[in-house]
Design a protein around this ligand. Sequence first.
Ligand code: NDP
Ligand code: PYC
Length: 339
Amino acid sequence: MTDTTLQIAELTTIVTDILLRGGLSPLQADAVARVIVAGERDGCKSHGIYRIDGCLRTIAAGKVVPGAVPEVSAPDGAIVRVNANGGYSNTAFDAGAPVLAERTREVGLAAMVINDCTHFAALWPEIEVLSGMGLAAMAMCPSYSAVAPAGGTAPLLGTNPFAFGWPRRGQPPYVFDFATSVAARGEIELHRRAGTPLPEGWALDPEGAPTTDPEQALAGAMLPFGGHKGSAISTMIELIAGVMIGDLTSPEALDVLGSTSLSPSHGELVLAFDPARFAAGRPGDPLDRAETLFDAILGQGARLPSQRRFAARAAAEEHGITLSAEEMETLNRQLGKDA
Ligand code: NDP
Ligand code: PYC
């Protein structure tokens, strides 16, 4: 059983073909394949090719509109609205991002509200688009109930990802992107598949007792990161990226979906800031001043978030992406090659 190394473009073609074969339109398949391959390329296995089966199940269950075309409306003001029309969040983001950037430059601060999207993806690919345009940005969304609030014992909040990016001149942006649970649910599933126990403090079993068994954790509840602090941030996301944008909270998304094995449909909120507009008239260039802070962090021997990811990307760009024999078998099955 040997590993296989694929170039990024080769893996992108394979993933796109699988999604087209699964029924997605080229518009949807292209955006979803890019984000899945980006996960694999950057060493984020919890949102890489492992997600393909979930996409195929979601399409087969009729829980995503496979040919959806997102609609952007931004009549005035700081809010850009994108209706995903039941398609994937990634396609909706692609449609709205140029308008969000334009509006941010005009107003200094603008928001993109994505409604009615199916969501399974990591947020940093979106954040990097905006930081690549010189903007600071935040993105967040609910998910489906999987996490007990701090002090509780049953799933209620989603794993609600939260991401932030800051542009840097001549080097990759400062980006963090994390689940507001101790770990992404995808990590629990990867532990289940590998037959490895979870670290202590990640989850509760269905009776509300601490567990390191991934099966029990998936049946029970995950825990928020940082106790009451993560619980509060996760609740904020339910409020501003669910209730406030007229879309579903995580409990509502789970009610509609009826399963934790498919990708939920809800909304997403993206905020973009033009640092130059915010700092106008104040001493110092904000991007230069940020570098002083980053240097001080690095000077202590700490690393910046996404540094590991950017290193993985550089390696993948140079040497390709190495997949196990089992992963290649799965891709071939998904391509219908073992039929
Ligand atoms: P991780 O805990 O792996 O990483 C979180 C962030 O912290 C990353 O930016 C990471 O950078 C950084 N980081 C990790 N270790 C260090 C360190 N020692 N010093 C400095 N920074 C560090 O992420 P999660 O498992 O919580 O989430 C993974 C992904 O899951 C995210 O991309 C998120 O968007 C996605 N997700 C999506 C959901 C959805 O509903 N769509 C729900 C939940 C999660 P680096 O990558 O370089 O290690
Ligand atoms: O990994 O927690 C997760 C997740 C949920 C939905 C998409 N990713």
